[in-house]
Design a protein around this ligand. Structure first.
Ligand code: CAA
Length: 381
């Protein structure tokens, strides 16, 4: 296994780091306080090619590999985890889904604009009664000639407010379980689709999350992705890649927690010496470093398997489960090392801890990842 980055990968990493330094770090605390979407920054990320990184140039993408995507995502997440989730959803859940399962017309109409940031996408699977049990949905699309008429409520939709299009999973046949689920690409401007209020959240407050209401929303048949009944497998197949993105968002939070902790341990003095001289602090730093590196290795292994078109369902679940725990632990230890200072908003480290929590919840909770891993082990995969 080659642990070296290519010149191109190093360049992507540097470009993302420089962008994050110049455009994401300034104002990140204020955006978090005001729950303000990083609109200008996302537009710039589109121009830099960060919103359609793994899509071929033919469709306006950057044509890069998944490792490059992870390298860029880690740098973005270190600076601003809210911008990172916007990037992850648009790349992994929206562009990848359209590229893999969409037809040529859908790619020309939507994908070419999503890759450059001219359009922003959202992915809508969950409903109030169907979170982890994702196939237990009620939103229903009834065929009516050349259209479907959609009714129902979706929730926890990341990018729900700022997006222009939504990848929607809903039922087209009742009482057949997951086999009745179909995928659509729905324009936010379609009649009968409205957004709920922006949810007030613990973390990733810069990203917007809301409910979507479908009230006799008319969607043309040509906006159906794949065939009727294929929606659940399309969603789960796409989420495997999404989990690589969220694992990397978590890694960025953890890596930032480590860097901030090391800096502070060198500068903060107590009992006449830098706190980094104390064994209790050294143990925390060492454990954080081990776990951050281990999370990165798990993620890059998964990215490589994905690029080689080998199975990576179990590996993606392992990477997300582990990296999200590392993010939670490292950010909590970072606040502990900063002590009273870390508890204050102005230091920017308590935000890391708040942002970390969601990585253990969305795109499949840690418990769901463990279920996926255990099932694979028991099936000998
Ligand atoms: N890829 C493709 N197909 C898959 C698959 C995968 N990874 N995993 C399972 N399938 C197939 C199965 O093979 C099965 O098909 P067959 O009957 O033909 O064999 C079918 O899908 C149903 O599979 P299961 O019986 O395993 O389905 P299940 O109901 O037990 O659910 C689950 C499996 C893993 C728990 C799934 O429901 C799940 O992942 N839940 C979590 C939901 C989730 O991640 N939600 C995220 C919301 S989006 C989000 O969070 C975005 C954001 O805001 C950032």
């Amino acid at each position: 296994m080659d642990f070296n980055l290519t010149e191109e990968q190093e360049l992507i990493q540097k470009t993302a780091r420089d962008f994050a330094m110049d455009h994401l770090r300034p104002g990140v605390i204020e955006r978090d306080e005001k729950a303000e979407f990083p609109k200008d920054q996302i537009k710039m990320m589109g121009e830099l090619g960060f919103l359609g990184m793994m899509i071929p140039e033919k469709y306006g993408g950057a044509g890069m590999d998944t490792i490059s995507y992870c390298l860029a995502m880690e740098e973005i997440a270190k600076a601003d985890a809210s911008a990172a989730v916007v990037m992850s959803v648009n790349n992994s859940l929206v562009c990848q889904l359209l590229y893999k399962y969409g037809n040529e017309d859908q790619k020309q109409k939507y994908l070419t604009k999503l890759t450059s940031g001219k359009l922003l996408g959202a992915f809508s699977l969950s409903e109030p009664q169907s979170g982890s049990d994702a196939s237990n949905m009620r939103t229903f699309a009834k065929r009516d000639g050349d259209n479907y008429i959609i009714n129902g409520t979706k929730n926890w939709v990341t990018n729900g407010i700022s997006s222009d299009i939504v990848i929607l999973m809903c039922m087209t046949v009742k009482n057949v379980g997951y086999k009745g689920i179909t995928t659509f690409v729905v324009e936010k401007s379609f009649d009968g689709l409205s957004t709920g209020k922006k949810e007030d959240k613990l973390g990733i407050r810069g990203s917007d999350t809301c409910e979507l209401y479908f009230d006799d929303c008319k969607v043309p048949v040509e906006n159906r992705i794949g065939e009727e009944g294929e929606g659940f497998k399309i969603a789960l197949g796409t989420l495997d890649g999404g989990r690589v993105g969220i694992a990397t968002q978590a890694l960025g939070i953890a890596a930032e927690s480590l860097e901030r902790s090391v800096e502070y341990a060198k500068e903060r003095k107590q009992f006449g010496k830098a706190i980094g001289q104390f064994g209790a602090i050294q143990t925390k730093l060492a454990q954080m470093a081990i776990h951050v590196d281990a999370a990165r290795l798990l993620i890059h292994r998964t990215a490589k398997l994905k690029d080689e078109e080998k199975p990576f369902v179990k590996e993606a679940a392992m990477a997300k489960n582990f990296a999200s725990k590392v993010a939670m632990d490292a950010s909590t230890q970072c606040v502990q090392i900063f002590g009273g200072t870390g508890y204050m908003t102005e230091t920017g480290v308590e935000r890391l801890m708040r942002d970390a929590k969601i990585t253990q919840i969305y795109e499949g909770t840690s418990e769901i990842q463990e279920m996926i891993i255990a099932r694979a082990l028991l099936e000998g995969k």
